[in-house]
Design a binder for this molecule. Sequence first.
Ligand code: UDP
Ligand code: MG
Length: 308
Amino acid sequence: MKKLAVIVPCYNEELVIAESYRRTREALHKFPVLTEIIYINDGSRDRTRLMLDEIAASDPQVKVIHFSRNFGHQPAVTAGINNCDADLAVILDADMQDPPELIPSILELQEKEQANVVYCVRKSREGEGLFKKVTAFYRMLNYMSDVNFPLDTGDFRLIDRKVMDQFDRFQERGKYIRGLISWVGFKQVPFYYEREARIAGETKYPFSKMWKFATTAMLYFSKKPLRLATSLGFIAVLVGIVLAVWFTLGKIYGFSNAETGWTSIMTSVIFFGGVQLLTVGVLGQYIGILFDEIKARPEYIIDEKKNF
Ligand code: UDP
Ligand code: MG
Protein backbone atom coordinates (compact mmCIF):
# COMPACT_ATOMS: atom_id res chain seq x y z
CA MET A 1 0.00 0.00 0.00
CA LYS A 2 1.18 3.48 -0.82
CA LYS A 3 2.27 5.75 1.97
CA LEU A 4 1.34 9.43 2.06
CA ALA A 5 3.01 12.06 4.22
CA VAL A 6 1.65 15.50 4.97
CA ILE A 7 4.41 18.00 5.64
CA VAL A 8 3.43 20.95 7.84
CA PRO A 9 5.85 23.73 8.85
CA CYS A 10 4.82 25.55 12.04
CA TYR A 11 6.10 28.77 13.50
CA ASN A 12 4.27 30.16 16.54
CA GLU A 13 1.06 28.43 15.56
CA GLU A 14 -0.37 27.60 19.03
CA LEU A 15 -3.71 29.07 17.98
CA VAL A 16 -4.18 26.75 15.03
CA ILE A 17 -2.25 23.53 15.78
CA ALA A 18 -5.07 21.60 17.49
CA GLU A 19 -7.67 22.45 14.85
CA SER A 20 -5.17 21.90 12.08
CA TYR A 21 -4.28 18.44 13.37
CA ARG A 22 -7.94 17.50 13.84
CA ARG A 23 -8.92 18.54 10.33
CA THR A 24 -5.92 16.92 8.67
CA ARG A 25 -6.49 13.63 10.50
CA GLU A 26 -10.16 13.67 9.63
CA ALA A 27 -9.50 14.39 5.97
CA LEU A 28 -7.13 11.44 5.72
CA HIS A 29 -9.15 9.13 7.94
CA LYS A 30 -11.14 7.18 5.39
CA PHE A 31 -8.56 7.18 2.69
CA PRO A 32 -7.04 3.85 1.68
CA VAL A 33 -3.43 4.90 2.06
CA LEU A 34 -1.02 4.76 4.95
CA THR A 35 -0.64 8.27 6.18
CA GLU A 36 1.61 10.20 8.46
CA ILE A 37 1.89 13.86 9.35
CA ILE A 38 5.33 15.43 9.67
CA TYR A 39 5.27 18.65 11.68
CA ILE A 40 8.33 20.85 11.60
CA ASN A 41 8.47 23.22 14.54
CA ASP A 42 10.54 26.08 13.19
CA GLY A 43 11.83 27.37 16.53
CA SER A 44 8.47 28.57 17.83
CA ARG A 45 8.53 30.67 20.98
CA ASP A 46 4.98 29.91 22.05
CA ARG A 47 3.31 26.65 23.10
CA THR A 48 3.65 25.06 19.64
CA ARG A 49 6.42 22.74 20.80
CA LEU A 50 4.48 21.47 23.78
CA MET A 51 1.33 20.94 21.75
CA LEU A 52 3.14 19.05 18.99
CA ASP A 53 4.85 16.80 21.54
CA GLU A 54 1.48 16.01 23.07
CA ILE A 55 0.02 15.11 19.68
CA ALA A 56 3.06 12.94 18.87
CA ALA A 57 2.71 11.13 22.19
CA SER A 58 -0.90 10.20 21.48
CA ASP A 59 -0.60 9.50 17.76
CA PRO A 60 2.31 7.35 16.52
CA GLN A 61 1.60 8.42 12.95
CA VAL A 62 2.59 11.96 13.75
CA LYS A 63 6.28 12.75 13.42
CA VAL A 64 7.73 15.95 14.79
CA ILE A 65 11.00 17.72 14.01
CA HIS A 66 12.06 20.54 16.33
CA PHE A 67 14.54 23.05 14.96
CA SER A 68 17.13 24.60 17.26
CA ARG A 69 15.82 28.08 16.34
CA ASN A 70 13.75 29.82 13.70
CA PHE A 71 15.28 29.07 10.31
CA GLY A 72 12.37 30.05 8.09
CA HIS A 73 9.54 28.50 6.16
CA GLN A 74 11.58 27.17 3.23
CA PRO A 75 14.20 25.41 5.40
CA ALA A 76 11.33 23.92 7.44
CA VAL A 77 9.66 22.45 4.35
CA THR A 78 13.08 21.27 3.13
CA ALA A 79 13.63 19.40 6.41
CA GLY A 80 10.20 17.83 5.99
CA ILE A 81 11.04 16.55 2.51
CA ASN A 82 14.54 15.42 3.53
CA ASN A 83 13.09 13.41 6.42
CA CYS A 84 10.21 11.90 4.51
CA ASP A 85 10.30 8.27 3.40
CA ALA A 86 6.75 8.10 2.03
CA ASP A 87 5.81 7.51 -1.62
CA LEU A 88 3.84 10.72 -1.82
CA ALA A 89 3.95 13.95 0.15
CA VAL A 90 1.64 16.93 0.41
CA ILE A 91 3.06 20.24 1.62
CA LEU A 92 0.51 22.12 3.72
CA ASP A 93 0.37 25.33 5.76
CA ALA A 94 -0.49 24.98 9.44
CA ASP A 95 -3.04 27.79 9.23
CA MET A 96 -5.50 25.82 7.03
CA GLN A 97 -5.41 28.36 4.23
CA ASP A 98 -4.88 25.36 2.04
CA PRO A 99 -7.68 23.04 3.18
CA PRO A 100 -6.58 19.45 3.99
CA GLU A 101 -10.06 18.33 2.89
CA LEU A 102 -8.79 18.71 -0.67
CA ILE A 103 -6.09 16.07 -0.27
CA PRO A 104 -8.30 13.14 -1.41
CA SER A 105 -9.21 14.98 -4.64
CA ILE A 106 -5.56 15.88 -5.20
CA LEU A 107 -4.56 12.24 -4.76
CA GLU A 108 -7.30 11.21 -7.15
CA LEU A 109 -6.00 13.60 -9.78
CA GLN A 110 -2.47 12.35 -9.26
CA GLU A 111 -3.64 8.79 -9.73
CA LYS A 112 -5.70 9.59 -12.81
CA GLU A 113 -3.00 11.64 -14.53
CA GLN A 114 -0.12 9.51 -13.25
CA ALA A 115 1.49 12.82 -12.36
CA ASN A 116 4.69 13.31 -10.38
CA VAL A 117 3.61 16.71 -9.13
CA VAL A 118 0.15 18.16 -8.55
CA TYR A 119 0.56 21.88 -7.89
CA CYS A 120 -2.37 23.73 -6.44
CA VAL A 121 -3.39 26.93 -8.16
CA ARG A 122 -5.41 29.60 -6.36
CA LYS A 123 -8.58 30.48 -8.20
CA SER A 124 -9.06 33.72 -6.33
CA ARG A 125 -7.14 35.56 -3.70
CA GLU A 126 -10.15 36.30 -1.47
CA GLY A 127 -8.50 35.10 1.68
CA GLU A 128 -5.53 37.35 1.31
CA GLY A 129 -4.95 41.00 2.08
CA LEU A 130 -4.20 43.67 -0.46
CA PHE A 131 -0.56 43.46 0.54
CA LYS A 132 -0.28 39.85 -0.59
CA LYS A 133 -2.01 40.62 -3.86
CA VAL A 134 0.49 43.37 -4.54
CA THR A 135 3.41 41.14 -3.67
CA ALA A 136 2.16 38.35 -5.92
CA PHE A 137 5.25 38.80 -7.96
CA TYR A 138 5.20 35.73 -10.15
CA ARG A 139 4.59 37.60 -13.34
CA MET A 140 7.70 39.67 -12.80
CA LEU A 141 9.56 36.58 -11.70
CA ASN A 142 8.60 34.79 -14.88
CA TYR A 143 9.90 37.69 -16.88
CA MET A 144 13.12 37.83 -14.90
CA SER A 145 13.92 34.15 -14.67
CA ASP A 146 15.03 31.47 -17.05
CA VAL A 147 12.34 28.92 -16.15
CA ASN A 148 8.58 29.37 -16.30
CA PHE A 149 6.77 29.16 -12.98
CA PRO A 150 3.07 28.43 -12.79
CA LEU A 151 1.21 31.59 -11.71
CA ASP A 152 -0.67 31.91 -8.41
CA THR A 153 0.75 28.89 -6.65
CA GLY A 154 2.21 28.54 -3.19
CA ASP A 155 4.03 25.57 -1.76
CA PHE A 156 0.75 23.67 -1.44
CA ARG A 157 1.38 20.69 -3.71
CA LEU A 158 1.71 16.95 -3.93
CA ILE A 159 5.04 15.46 -4.92
CA ASP A 160 6.00 11.85 -5.44
CA ARG A 161 9.08 9.85 -4.45
CA LYS A 162 10.85 10.58 -7.74
CA VAL A 163 10.61 14.32 -7.15
CA MET A 164 11.58 14.04 -3.48
CA ASP A 165 14.68 12.03 -4.40
CA GLN A 166 15.73 14.71 -6.85
CA PHE A 167 14.91 17.45 -4.35
CA ASP A 168 17.19 15.82 -1.78
CA ARG A 169 20.07 16.28 -4.21
CA PHE A 170 19.80 20.07 -4.25
CA GLN A 171 22.81 21.58 -2.53
CA GLU A 172 21.83 25.23 -2.61
CA ARG A 173 21.11 26.95 0.67
CA GLY A 174 18.67 29.61 -0.46
CA LYS A 175 15.94 27.26 -1.56
CA TYR A 176 12.92 28.59 -3.38
CA ILE A 177 10.97 25.38 -3.16
CA ARG A 178 8.08 25.95 -5.56
CA GLY A 179 10.62 27.09 -8.16
CA LEU A 180 12.89 24.11 -7.62
CA ILE A 181 10.03 21.62 -7.84
CA SER A 182 8.89 23.25 -11.06
CA TRP A 183 12.48 23.14 -12.33
CA VAL A 184 12.81 19.38 -11.65
CA GLY A 185 10.39 18.58 -14.48
CA PHE A 186 8.57 15.22 -14.87
CA LYS A 187 4.79 15.31 -15.22
CA GLN A 188 3.26 18.27 -13.38
CA VAL A 189 -0.45 19.00 -13.42
CA PRO A 190 -2.45 21.88 -11.88
CA PHE A 191 -5.25 21.54 -9.36
CA TYR A 192 -7.53 24.56 -8.93
CA TYR A 193 -8.85 25.58 -5.52
CA GLU A 194 -10.09 28.50 -3.46
CA ARG A 195 -7.57 29.68 -0.93
CA GLU A 196 -9.22 30.34 2.40
CA ALA A 197 -8.45 32.83 5.12
CA ARG A 198 -6.14 31.91 7.98
CA ILE A 199 -8.28 30.27 10.73
CA ALA A 200 -6.49 32.10 13.55
CA GLY A 201 -3.31 33.98 14.36
CA GLU A 202 -1.54 36.25 11.95
CA THR A 203 0.74 35.84 8.96
CA LYS A 204 4.32 34.87 9.75
CA TYR A 205 5.43 36.57 6.57
CA PRO A 206 5.88 40.26 7.31
CA PHE A 207 7.15 42.53 4.56
CA SER A 208 10.83 41.96 5.43
CA LYS A 209 10.50 38.17 5.04
CA MET A 210 8.39 38.54 1.92
CA TRP A 211 11.04 40.77 0.38
CA LYS A 212 13.84 38.34 1.19
CA PHE A 213 11.75 35.53 -0.25
CA ALA A 214 11.09 37.44 -3.47
CA THR A 215 14.72 38.42 -4.00
CA THR A 216 15.94 34.87 -3.30
CA ALA A 217 13.49 33.60 -5.87
CA MET A 218 14.69 36.05 -8.47
CA LEU A 219 18.43 35.94 -7.85
CA TYR A 220 18.61 32.16 -7.56
CA PHE A 221 16.70 31.58 -10.75
CA SER A 222 18.00 34.25 -13.01
CA LYS A 223 21.00 36.11 -14.26
CA LYS A 224 18.76 38.64 -15.94
CA PRO A 225 19.33 41.37 -13.32
CA LEU A 226 23.01 41.26 -14.29
CA ARG A 227 22.12 41.48 -17.95
CA LEU A 228 19.77 44.34 -17.15
CA ALA A 229 22.58 46.12 -15.32
CA THR A 230 24.77 45.76 -18.41
CA SER A 231 21.99 47.14 -20.60
CA LEU A 232 21.56 50.13 -18.29
CA GLY A 233 25.29 50.83 -18.49
CA PHE A 234 25.12 50.56 -22.25
CA ILE A 235 22.24 53.05 -22.46
CA ALA A 236 24.12 55.42 -20.16
CA VAL A 237 27.17 55.32 -22.42
CA LEU A 238 25.03 55.99 -25.50
CA VAL A 239 23.29 58.94 -23.84
CA GLY A 240 26.70 60.27 -22.78
CA ILE A 241 28.07 60.09 -26.32
CA VAL A 242 25.02 61.79 -27.82
CA LEU A 243 25.18 64.57 -25.23
CA ALA A 244 28.91 65.07 -25.76
CA VAL A 245 28.46 65.37 -29.53
CA TRP A 246 25.47 67.69 -29.10
CA PHE A 247 27.26 70.05 -26.74
CA THR A 248 30.50 70.10 -28.74
CA LEU A 249 28.67 70.90 -31.96
CA GLY A 250 26.57 73.42 -30.04
CA LYS A 251 29.72 75.19 -28.86
CA ILE A 252 31.13 75.32 -32.39
CA TYR A 253 27.96 76.40 -34.16
CA GLY A 254 26.54 78.32 -31.25
CA PHE A 255 23.15 76.63 -31.00
CA SER A 256 23.57 75.51 -27.40
CA ASN A 257 24.43 77.70 -24.48
CA ALA A 258 26.18 75.15 -22.24
CA GLU A 259 26.86 77.51 -19.35
CA THR A 260 23.20 77.64 -18.37
CA GLY A 261 23.06 73.84 -18.25
CA TRP A 262 22.85 73.47 -14.46
CA THR A 263 19.65 71.46 -14.64
CA SER A 264 20.94 69.05 -17.27
CA ILE A 265 24.18 68.51 -15.37
CA MET A 266 22.42 67.87 -12.08
CA THR A 267 19.94 65.54 -13.73
CA SER A 268 22.59 63.48 -15.44
CA VAL A 269 24.84 63.34 -12.38
CA ILE A 270 21.98 62.07 -10.25
CA PHE A 271 20.71 59.73 -12.95
CA PHE A 272 24.06 58.12 -13.68
CA GLY A 273 24.96 58.04 -10.01
CA GLY A 274 21.75 56.09 -9.53
CA VAL A 275 22.52 53.73 -12.38
CA GLN A 276 25.94 53.02 -10.90
CA LEU A 277 24.66 52.39 -7.40
CA LEU A 278 21.96 50.15 -8.77
CA THR A 279 24.34 48.03 -10.81
CA VAL A 280 26.84 47.79 -7.95
CA GLY A 281 23.92 46.75 -5.75
CA VAL A 282 22.90 44.00 -8.17
CA LEU A 283 26.49 42.75 -8.29
CA GLY A 284 26.61 42.88 -4.50
CA GLN A 285 23.50 40.70 -4.23
CA TYR A 286 25.09 37.97 -6.31
CA ILE A 287 28.35 38.22 -4.37
CA GLY A 288 26.36 37.90 -1.16
CA ILE A 289 24.77 34.72 -2.49
CA LEU A 290 28.20 33.35 -3.47
CA PHE A 291 29.43 34.15 0.04
CA ASP A 292 26.54 32.28 1.64
CA GLU A 293 26.84 29.31 -0.67
CA ILE A 294 30.61 29.00 -0.25
CA LYS A 295 30.31 28.90 3.53
CA ALA A 296 28.11 25.86 2.97
CA ARG A 297 26.52 25.99 6.38
CA PRO A 298 23.72 23.54 7.05
CA GLU A 299 20.35 24.91 6.05
CA TYR A 300 18.77 24.04 9.38
CA ILE A 301 19.74 22.46 12.68
CA ILE A 302 17.51 19.84 14.25
CA ASP A 303 17.18 19.86 18.00
CA GLU A 304 14.97 16.80 18.42
CA LYS A 305 12.94 14.31 16.41
CA LYS A 306 9.85 12.51 17.67
CA ASN A 307 8.38 9.22 16.38
CA PHE A 308 10.99 8.71 13.68
N1 UDP B 1 6.34 29.35 8.86
C1 UDP B 1 7.48 28.74 9.34
N2 UDP B 1 8.58 29.51 9.62
C2 UDP B 1 8.60 30.88 9.44
C3 UDP B 1 7.41 31.48 8.92
C4 UDP B 1 6.31 30.68 8.64
O1 UDP B 1 7.53 27.54 9.53
O2 UDP B 1 9.60 31.52 9.72
C5 UDP B 1 5.15 28.52 8.57
C6 UDP B 1 3.87 28.98 9.22
O3 UDP B 1 3.71 28.45 10.51
C7 UDP B 1 2.80 28.46 8.25
C8 UDP B 1 3.51 28.50 6.90
O4 UDP B 1 4.90 28.57 7.19
O5 UDP B 1 2.43 27.13 8.51
C9 UDP B 1 3.08 29.69 6.08
O6 UDP B 1 3.18 30.87 6.84
P1 UDP B 1 2.02 31.95 6.87
O7 UDP B 1 0.70 31.28 6.89
O8 UDP B 1 2.29 32.90 7.98
O9 UDP B 1 2.26 32.68 5.48
P2 UDP B 1 1.14 33.24 4.48
O10 UDP B 1 0.14 32.15 4.29
O11 UDP B 1 0.57 34.43 5.17
O12 UDP B 1 1.91 33.55 3.25
MG1 MG C 1 -0.83 31.24 5.69
